[in-house]
Structure formats: C-alpha cells, structure tokens
Design a protein around this ligand. Structure first.
Ligand SMILES: NC(=O)C1=CN([C@@H]2O[C@H](COP(=O)(O)OP(=O)(O)OC[C@H]3O[C@@H](n4cnc5c(N)ncnc54)[C@H](OP(=O)(O)O)[C@@H]3O)[C@@H](O)[C@H]2O)C=CC1
Ligand SMILES: O=C(CO)COP(=O)(O)O
Length: 379
C-alpha cells in the first residue's frame, strides 16, 4: 500500500470510538490517520490487547495494520475519559444498553456521533433518536455519519467520502474536520433524517439485489431494482421529513451503489444466500457480522404503512425472508401488482418532491465549482 500524506496531529483532540468491529475499528483508523488522539473501546479484553499491542484486528480486518498511535481498551471508563467526540459503532439493537452503560462516564460536553445504519426494532427509532432519548443532550450535540463506506476498502486506504449530519451545522463541521484525512473526505449537512434513513434503507435494497444475484438474474434486473429502490427510499424518507436531495447524495444513492454491488456487503451477501435457496435461519447462522438489513425490514415496513408509503421491493424482501415468496419471483412486480401501465415516477418528479432533488444536484455542482473544492460543505 502506498504511503499517504496525513494531516498533522492536532494536540488535545481526544475522541473515543465505541465498538471494535469492522466499522468501529476502521473509523478509529480514519480518525487516528486524521490526527486525532483516539481510544477504541472493544468489549472483549483480548481484542483490545490485539489492537493495542499487535496493531491488528484479525477477525474483522484481516491483513490491515492499524496506526501505532491508536489505543484500545476494554474499559468504557478509560475510553470515555476526556473524549470530546464519541463515535458509536455497535449493532443497532444494542445501542440503548451501551448508552445506558456509558451515560455517567461521558464528558458533559461530548458530542455523540452515530456510525450505525439501523433502526431500533422495538421502537422503530433512528439511532440519533435513541441517543437523544437515552442521554440528556440536545440534538445539536448529536451527529450521524453515512455514505458509501465499506469498511475493508477504507481500511486499505482506498479513497471515499461520507456525509456528517447534525441539527447543528457547527457540530457537523467539527466532526467532519476530525473525520477527514488523505483517503477519507467528510461533507456536511443538517438533514439527519435523510442521512440516517439513507443508510438504513439502502441495506434493504442491497438485500433485494443480493437475492436476484443469488437467483442468477443479470444486470437489467439489478439496475431496475436499484433505480426503483431509490424511489422507494426517497418516498419513505421524505414522508418522515427528509430532504429528497439527501437521498440523491452520498448517504442515499452513493451508499446504495456501493452496497448493492460489493461482495464485501453483509446485506448483499445475506440476500445472495437467500436467492440461492437458503432459509432465513440458515442465513442468520452463516452471517458472522452485523447484518442490519435483516432486522430493519419489519420496523421499516411498519413505519411505511403508518405514513401510507408503498415499498414494493422492501415488501418482497420481507416475503422472501418469511419464506412466502420464491426468490425467483422478486423482480417482475417492481412497482405494483397492477398490470395497468404506470407512469415512471422518479425522484426528480416535480409533483412528488417539487423538483427539489434535481435542483439540489445543480446547486451542489455549482457550489463545488464556485468553492474550487475546498473545505467541508453541504453534501
Ligand atoms: N462494516 C461496514 O462496512 C459498515 C458498517 N456500518 C454500520 O456500523 C454498525 C456496526 O457494524 P460493524 O462494525 O460492521 O459490525 P461488526 O459485526 O463488524 O462488529 C460489531 C461490533 O459490535 C460489538 N458488539 C456486538 N454486540 C454488542 C453488544 N451487545 N454490545 C456492545 N458491542 C457489541 C462486536 O463485539 P464482539 O467482537 O465482541 O462481538 C463488534 O465489536 C452497523 O450499524 C453497520 O450498519 C456502517 C458503515 C460501514
Ligand atoms: O454500510 C455499508 C457500506 O456503506 C456496509 O454495508 P453492509 O452492512 O451491508 O456490509
């Protein structure tokens, strides 16, 4: 791997990363390579030791050498002491219990950043909502990061981008400053709903793509599902208050493309196994790592139903998971069961979203030209 120029260390910028799986460890490396003083919390002492002493996390990131100045601990107290920004990367269903454990140990001024892409099954809440519910902090001190971020590619320092979102632009910018280095670029926005739902929903479409891949269908089927899937994602997120252009950005389309086409994606892999004929329980047994999409299907469809949003692709994923739909039948009815010809409504549809997505794309391109590509800005 060729050496990359990293920004100089900013002394005193102490941050914690909770969760030493693929993404938590990779994000700790991103922050350490960006110059922050990072302590990574692993719940297993032996893993903390392997990271601190061996510079490796061989179960989750085989072959990756971790930065020499990245420290790991299995003590939550030590990890959180003095941390001004706390990045959380545990499975979504365990966020609440981990926040409860962290509560009293957090610096009162700390910003809490979700790296997760799931919703809480029991409540349907997004991760930033769970954070706001468990911890006594204002939305301005909560952020979420999402984008096309397959951990192992980034751990190999292959360049990519993400978006940091917070109700406070200043908070998003402060986080983005730390989460930027020679191979990782963070943009900012204030659309937390769109950013978080983008990450949750693309997992479900990636499962669908995996299913048709497993069945043996080709590129037309997958392109149809990606395109129609993006419309479903946008309809859903907008119904819950998101800006449609967020779904056309890194946290929506960008992540959808990366996750749908990569064998590194656990959601895509789970879908492929389903398409090859494995049942839900077998797939869950085979997945060694967190596969958020399998858990999100139910709560997302409930939320969609509550707002009257149609999600035919996600609904078909649910049926395949339940064993009530043959994976071979997933593609033909992408928009509706009706055989009547339908207009193709896209995310730029003026009636649906006031043309905001198209306008947003133009504006972003214009802003980037004007700024000459400098500094964090709205993604
Ligand atoms: N991997 C990726 O490419 C990306 C993942 N994400 C998101 O990041 C989140 C974490 O995923 P990822 O790191 O990939 O998952 P992994 O399966 O790779 O790692 C999960 C981590 O969480 C720990 N863990 C499991 N259960 C608990 C618990 N109950 N309490 C505390 N820690 C627990 C595991 O510890 P142990 O090893 O001891 O079991 C492990 O450190 C997910 O929401 C995912 O969608 C987002 C972007 C990219
Ligand atoms: O979110 C991811 C890439 O952006 C990782 O996707 P998987 O969880 O499917 O591996």
């Amino acid at each position: 791997m060729r050496a990359k120029a990293h920004p100089p260390v900013v002394p005193g910028t102490r941050v914690a990363v909770l969760g030493a799986g693929s993404w938590g460890t990779t994000f700790a490396k991103i922050l350490a390579d960006g110059g922050a003083d990072v302590v990574l919390w692993a719940r297993r002492p032996e893993l903390a030791r392997e990271i601190s002493e061996g510079r490796r996390n061989s179960d989750y990131l085989p072959g990756i050498n971790l930065p020499a100045h990245l420290r790991a601990t299995s003590s939550l107290r030590d990890a959180l002491a003095g941390a001004g920004q706390v990045f959380v990367s545990v499975p979504s269903q365990s966020l609440r219990e981990n926040l409860v454990a962290a509560g009293d140990l957090l610096d009162p001024e700390a910003v809490i950043v979700s790296l997760m892409k799931g919703v809480e099954r029991s409540s349907g809440l997004r991760m930033s909502e769970v954070i706001g519910q468990v911890l006594p902090i204002a939305p301005e001190r909560i952020a979420a990061i999402s984008g096309p971020n397959l951990a192992l590619e980034i751990a190999k320092e292959q360049p990519t981008a993400a978006v940091v979102s917070s109700a406070s632009l200043e908070t998003a910018q402060a986080v983005a400053k730390l989460a930027t280095n020679g191979y990782f670029r963070s943009y900012v926005n204030t659309d937390v709903i769109g950013t978080e739902f983008g990450g949750v929903l693309k997992n479900l479409i990636a499962v669908a793509i995996g299913i048709v891949d497993g069945v043996g269908y080709g590129e037309n089927t997958k392109a149809s599902i990606i395109t129609r899937g993006l419309v479903e994602m946008t309809d859903f997120a907008v119904a819950y208050g998101a800006q449609p252009e967020t779904l056309a950005g890194l946290a929506g389309l960008g992540d959808l493309i990366a996750t749908s086409q990569s064998p590194l994606s656990r959601n895509n892999t789970a879908g492929r196994l389903l398409g090859q004929g494995y049942g839900y329980n077998d797939v869950v047994k085979q997945m060694q790592q967190t596969t958020e999409g399998l858990v999100s299907v139910g709560p997302i469809l409930e939320l969609a139903h509550a707002k009257g949003v149609e999600m035919p692709i996600v609904e078909q994923v649910r049926q395949v998971l339940a064993g009530t739909l043959n994976p071979r039948d997933i593609a033909p009815h992408l928009t509706t069961d009706s055989r009547e010809p339908q207009g193709e409504r896209t995310i730029d549809d003026g009636q649906a979203h006031g043309g905001a997505a198209l306008w947003g794309a133009f504006k972003r391109a214009f802003d980037q030209l004007r700024d000459g590509g400098r500094g964090p800005r709205g993604a």
